[in-house]
Design a protein around this ligand. Sequence first.
Ligand code: IMP
Ligand code: MG
Length: 182
Amino acid sequence: MHKDVERILVGEEELDSIVTRLAAEIDRDYAGEDKRLVLVCILKGSIVFMGDLMKKLTVPCEIDCMKVSSYGAGTTSTGSINIHLDLVRQDLDSCDIVIVEDIIDSGNTLSYLVDYLRLKGAKSVRTCTLLDKPSRRKVEFVPDYRGKEIPDEFVVGYGLDYAEKYRDLPYVGVLSPSVYAE
Ligand code: IMP
Ligand code: MG
């Protein structure tokens, strides 16, 4: 285990079974001939999750990426989101989008993005999150596909970072509070 990780919260085997279950749920819902599944990875935290998820899907999918951040993180509660990388598609009206997110905290990012992509004209928009911290919500938000509910602790690994570190860990672990204090 990494020295900065206090304990492992979701190990490799559990991650694998969570992702297998989520892929089966998406398979079931997007099997129709009339569906055109487009997974939208929210960079950078969702990159590992998205890679594993798409490999386990049996329905055909296309992929795309967006990069977003919250305005004035921690200081404002406007819920506004800064879009650093947008979707560039002329065919959104034929896309059944599933936004793939690493973790839901306040709910601001996903509630904004769902509205944004619907307004941009997507045929349908759903959300899939690996982790969910429901006790931290500032806006009501329920994802369509949810991997695991976790307590209010700061986690890293499997794509999730602290100051751009730890994304490469193969498990999700609780970051030692001593790391913030440094
Ligand atoms: P929300 O808009 O508050 O729901 O923000 C969710 C985003 O906050 C995620 O995409 C992560 O980038 C970040 N985040 C929230 N909790 C954690 C955590 O425990 N570890 C790492 N990143 C987190
Ligand atoms: Mg993120």
